[in-house]
Design a protein around this ligand. Structure first.
Ligand code: ZN
Length: 138
């Protein structure tokens, strides 16, 4: 077993901002020369998530609206009360979606659908610098 990969860093405004990571992941994969394996894309932090979606204006709006309905920012949360914090909704959204995805690498290509992108969603209530680790296990 071998492990190769790299890191993506980005600034985000937070507040549910969605970043398409797909080309950055492809770039890192290409630099390794690996053509078969599992590509793990993992964000560090308890208020950020990684998933896949069709990354287009309507899909981005709908996902953000869904999360606003399911986990509203202004609700009454113990995390905020106990810690004098304001981002409980961000922790909950990140926990529900999860911090990483694993995508098979087949003959040098990520096994994604035509309209499927790998995205980072930053839920924190302030701008953040985010670090995403991309590791290929082959
Ligand atoms: Zn917090």
């Amino acid at each position: 077993m071998a492990v190769a990969g790299g890191v993506l860093r980005m600034e985000t405004p937070g507040e549910g901002h969605i970043v398409d990571l797909t080309e950055g992941v492809r770039r890192i994969v290409a630099t390794t020369g690996v053509d078969r394996g599992l590509v793990c894309v993992a964000a560090s932090g308890s208020t950020v998530a990684v998933t896949t979606m069709e990354y287009e204006t309507g899909g981005v709006h709908d996902l953000q609206a869904l999360l606003d309905r399911l986990i509203p920012p202004g609700a009454d949360y113990e995390h905020n009360r106990l810690n004098h914090d304001s981002n409980a909704h961000a922790h909950l959204r990140a926990a529900v979606i999860g911090p990483s995805v694993t995508v098979p690498l087949v003959d040098g290509s990520l096994a994604l659908g035509t309209w499927q992108q790998i995205v980072l969603i930053d839920f924190d209530d302030r701008p953040r610098t985010r670090v995403v680790t991309v590791q290929i296990v082959s």
